[in-house]
Design a protein around this ligand. Structure first.
Ligand code: ARG
Length: 469
């Protein structure tokens, strides 16, 4: 399109030359902010409805605007709307289309409003919708974790510290640790949502407007909890975007840690879990390979989401009140954060119920690393030995067993008695893996009974959170 064929800019009144071609595309945001079109139209209809109720627009004008916007909305969702970079952003594209369609009445829509409060409103509406979708996806993921944890409540695996076999735990218990992590994320998301759900509209450019607007009405129409209390803050605040990006970074951090475990568990050297072929890919050179690409990619994508959090913090740190064009740069990191966590949560929610759990391999691994040594020390303490002394005795016993390449439970009673005469025949009940996990029978412990209780509690938590919405 040559310079002269370009649509008239909505602000060109005070300008004497047309925008430089490159500057036009450099300053435009329509390429990416068109994804807020639905929210932009919803916000405009609410704004116009309020303008009519306070006598700023007539009933006929409102009807023309509403029908025009609804038609445009259909056109956009059918993919028939033609977006123009010359019209800069989603707001001016839609406003121009409205005026083309309904004539001069369309020009009245922007009364008492600025793109500054409009964009902040759109962004909040958009993010609110996405948070609700993300929470629903987390719930699906949590249900998968709970179902698997229930099946695996008594499956024994080694628990690790320093990546060394530490003590036996149940796989159900391990999965419930994942549940706790993502449950905190879910709580953080709903808390963040409460600060997203505040309406900037009415702040206009920065100082409010001289029209007799009813901000409470617009807020009610749009489902906001309330209007923002300060117009300067309303147009400039992007804390809610940063907060969301921080919550998203933590979600990705958790998924990345789970991924690290899955990569470990699926290694042929460990082999605790097998992922179905549909979640893996092969190697172009090594025919035997089945790679855990999905967890690896999720782990990799966590870096990109945390990067977005950093870029948003840097974006805002030097900005004086009120709106600055810098703010346009908030959208791409936010949108990519949303897309990335939705994809990662989705793939995890699909993948977890498809785990094939190799219980025998897990159990054998727990047998290998003297995982019940602490149970032996606790046994001696119960027989009257101070814990530090018990620790020392068991350390010597483990050293002895390593020399014989045997597990503690494989040593004879006589052999063990050489290290402490407090050891009696009942010791074998405590050296078994089952004895060890069953003994940890308190809130938060790994005993199968506790895992089942944790699952019941978790299901109640989800139910309560869902009925509160
Ligand atoms: N596209 C702009 C943004 O995303 C909309 C607001 C523009 N306001 C302005 N005063 N130039 O921030």
């Amino acid at each position: 399109m040559s310079n002269d064929d370009r649509p008239k800019k909505l602000w060109e009144g005070r300008f004497t030359e047309t925008t430089d071609d490159f500057v036009e595309s450099f300053t435009a945001s329509v390429q990416f902010d068109q994804r807020m079109a639905t929210q932009d139209i919803k916000g405009s209809i609410a704004h116009a409805t309020m303008l009519e109720s306070t006598g700023i627009l007539t009933r006929t004008e409102l009807e023309a605007i509403r029908i025009g916007l609804e038609d445009i909305s259909v056109e956009i969702s059918n993919g028939n709307f033609s977006w123009s970079v010359a019209l800069e952003d989603v707001h001016m594209n839609i406003e121009k289309a409205l005026t083309d369609r309904i004539g001069d009445v369309g020009k009245k829509l922007h009364t008492g409003r600025s793109r500054n409060d409009q964009v902040a409103t759109d962004l909040r509406l958009y993010l609110r919708d996405e948070i609700d979708i993300i929470i629903a996806e987390i719930r699906r993921l949590q249900r998968g974790i709970l179902d698997l944890a229930e099946l695996q409540a008594a499956t024994i695996m080694p628990g690790f510290t320093h990546m060394q076999v530490a003590q036996p735990v149940t796989f159900g218990h391990h999965l419930m640790a994942w549940f706790e992590m993502i449950e905190r994320d879910c709580q953080r998301l709903s808390d963040c949502r409460s600060r997203v759900n505040i309406m900037p509209l009415g702040a206009a450019a920065l100082a409010g407007t001289s029209y007799p607007i009813d901000r409470q009405m617009t807020a009610d129409l749009l489902g906001f909890d309330r209007p923002g209390y300060n117009s300067l803050d309303s147009v400039s605040d992007r804390d809610f975007v940063i907060e969301f990006a921080a919550v998203a970074s933590l979600i990705m951090n958790h998924l990345s840690r789970w991924s690290e475990e899955l990569v470990f568990w699926t290694s042929p050297l460990v082999d605790f879990i097998e992922l179905p072929d549909r979640f893996c890919t092969g190697s172009s050179i090594m025919p035997q390979k089945k790679n855990p690409d999905v967890p690896e990619l999720v782990r990799g994508k966590s870096g990109r989401v945390t990067g977005h959090l950093m870029s948003l913090l840097m974006l805002m740190k030097g900005q004086p009140l009120a709106y600055n064009k810098d703010n346009q740069e908030d959208k791409e990191p936010l949108f990519d954060t949303i897309d990335t966590i939705k994809d990662c949560l989705r793939v995890y929610a699909d993948m977890i119920p498809a785990f094939s759990v190799k219980a025998e391999k897990m159990r054998n691994a727990a047998l290998k690393g003297y995982a019940t040594a602490t149970d032996l020390a606790d046994y001696l303490v119960r027989k009257g030995l101070p814990f530090r002394d018990a620790h020392e005795v068991v350390g010597q016993l483990v050293h002895h067993a390593i020399g014989k390449q045997q597990d503690l439970a494989e040593l004879s009673l006589e052999e063990m008695c050489r290290f402490s005469d407090l050891i009696e025949n009942d010791i074998f009940d405590f050296l078994t893996l089952e004895g060890s996990v069953t003994a940890r029978n308190h809130i938060g412990g790994t005993a199968p009974e506790q895992v089942l209780q944790a699952i019941t509690r978790a299901r109640q938590t989800i139910k309560q959170a869902e009925s509160a919405n």
